[in-house]
Ligand binder design. Structure first.
Ligand code: SAM
Length: 237
């Protein structure tokens, strides 16, 4: 992390103080699940779920071991919302066979380990969750969505992802081309007044996801609810 980045981040925080929610019920869960969850996202999950425009599903791209997933499920339960949570993550399937990872004989075993951790963490912290999850890359997940193809559910059985959604959390590959495709696919199925939270999109970051979020707002189809510090937007047309 360069000095310029830290400086930009520091100045940004001075001018735009993020909103933080201290949820007593999450205090022990948050450090118990490995992952990357920006503190400000919790405010956005709370806001989006409290204000969901209807009961259409929520979509999460990029769950890793289920930290953000469990926070979303917590708020669905807290606000007594019945929306189905759909998720997809390819669980680091890009690990190369010759990568050295601690003492693993096969580094690609890590992919299954994270996937199993995800299922275990959801079953443990949100055992009655209304959730269906896939291990497909997001492009393949959306292909199944648009072609009405049946896919495996990590919680057992199969499902066909279909219809519209009311909220999307985009936290898969942050490189511009990938984040852009994720956004374009989400945009096709997100209803008016639905929400999107773009991970790693704050104005001081250098990720492609920032450019995608900025372009979404520039298009006039989305308004910013809050940069907390990452773009949390609502579809307005
Ligand atoms: C930053 S992590 C997600 C962190 C997670 N939301 C949390 O709260 O800890 C990004 C995840 O996106 C997944 N990912 C990356 N590219 C993807 C793609 N093209 N399709 C699906 N998942 C992808 C990775 O396997 C990884 O688990």
């Amino acid at each position: 992390m360069g000095v310029t980045y830290l400086l930009k981040k520091g100045l940004y925080y001075l001018a735009n103080k993020p909103m933080y929610v201290n949820e007593k019920e999450l205090a022990r869960m948050l450090p118990s699940i490995p992952g990357w969850l920006e503190r400000g996202h919790i405010y956005c999950f709370d806001y989006a779920i409290k204000n969901l425009p209807d009961d259409k599903p929520i979509l999460e791209i990029g769950t890793f071991a289920g930290l953000s997933t469990n926070v979303i499920l917590y708020y669905l339960n807290k606000y007594n919302k019945k929306n189905l949570l759909l998720t997809t993550d390819w669980f680091l399937k890009d690990i190369s066979p010759d990568e050295k990872i601690a003492t693993l004989d096969n580094p690609q075993d890590l992919s299954n380990y994270i996937k199993e951790s995800f299922v275990r963490n959801v079953n443990f912290f949100n055992k009655s969750a209304n959730i269906k999850s896939s291990d497909l890359p997001s492009d393949d997940f959306f292909k199944a969505w648009f072609e009405g193809k049946e896919i495996d559910n990590l919680f057992g059985g199969k499902f066909i992802p279909s219809g519209e959604i009311s909220f999307a959390y985009i936290d898969g590959n942050h490189v511009y081309e990938y984040a852009k495709r994720d956004f374009e696919n989400v945009d096709k199925i997100l209803i008016k007044e639905g929400f999107i939270l773009f991970d790693d999109s704050a104005d001081y970051t250098n990720w492609g996801s920032k450019r995608v979020a900025q372009e979404a707002v520039k298009s006039g189809k989305y308004k910013v609810i809050k940069k907390n510090p990452h773009y949390f937007v609502q579809k307005i047309s």
